[in-house]
Design a binder for this molecule. Structure first.
Ligand SMILES: O=C(O)[C@@H](COP(=O)(O)O)OP(=O)(O)O
Length: 200
């Protein structure tokens, strides 16, 4: 029997995943296929016999929606869930909204790969002239965070994702896992990647 029970989940496909655009902190909902993926995941976890005690999500709808759909399929909608910006997707700064294939044509495959997959390369920051700046920073969810609005990131490397995620992991999630709770984290490609890197 495993000592700890922690399931890490990346959300189902979002509308901008389909369009190959950097979505990051833009609050896109799941696509039709994304909904089906989350439901299939819920059925799979149910067949494996998982019974969750606690669920953690980011504050982005695609991770919350995925958690709901998973719990619904499992008949465990009542399980307490908690959302934190610290589980958000990596902040892709000025790259938000851009198409990865077009970026590769303009900047070269290597540069795009460096921005996406290196550990400590931070993309250029988002500025007020960016088309999604105001949508992100005027959103009420970011006024309710445990840090003031001006301290929220404007771009992040994977290392910086881990730096902002670790206090939440150490203070809020890890103690529950250590108590023997079965915990689901429904988050994003890069926030789960950062956490896995830490756990390994
Ligand atoms: O921000 C995004 O577009 C993707 C990750 O992008 P890549 O690091 O894979 O380019 O995040 P997710 O769909 O998991 O929330």
């Amino acid at each position: 029997m495993a000592k700890y029970k922690l399931i890490l989940l990346r959300h189902g496909e979002g509308a901008w995943n389909k369009e190959n655009r950097f979505c990051s902190w833009v609050d896109q909902k799941l696509s039709g296929d994304g909904v089906k993926e989350a439901q299939a995941c819920g059925r799979h976890l149910k067949n494996l016999g998982f019974e969750f005690d606690l669920v953690f999500t980011s504050v982005l709808s695609r991770s919350i929606q995925t958690a709901w759909l998973v719990l619904e399929e499992m008949g465990q909608e009542w399980v307490p869930t908690e959302a934190s910006w610290r589980l958000n997707e990596r902040h892709y700064g000025a790259l938000i909204g851009l198409n990865r294939a077009e970026m590769a044509l303009n900047h070269g495959e290597e540069q795009v790969k460096r921005w996406r997959r290196s550990y400590d390369v931070t993309p250029p920051p988002i500025t007020e002239s960016h088309p999604y700046y105001h949508e992100i920073y005027n959103d009420r969810r970011y006024k309710l965070c445990d840090v003031p609005l001006e301290k929220l990131p404007k771009a992040e490397s994977l290392k910086e994702v881990l730096d902002r995620l670790l206090p939440y992991w150490n203070e809020r999630i890890a103690p529950e896992v250590k108590k023997g709770k079965t915990v689901l984290i429904s988050a994003h490609g890069n926030s789960t990647r950062a956490l896995l890197k830490h756990l390994e």
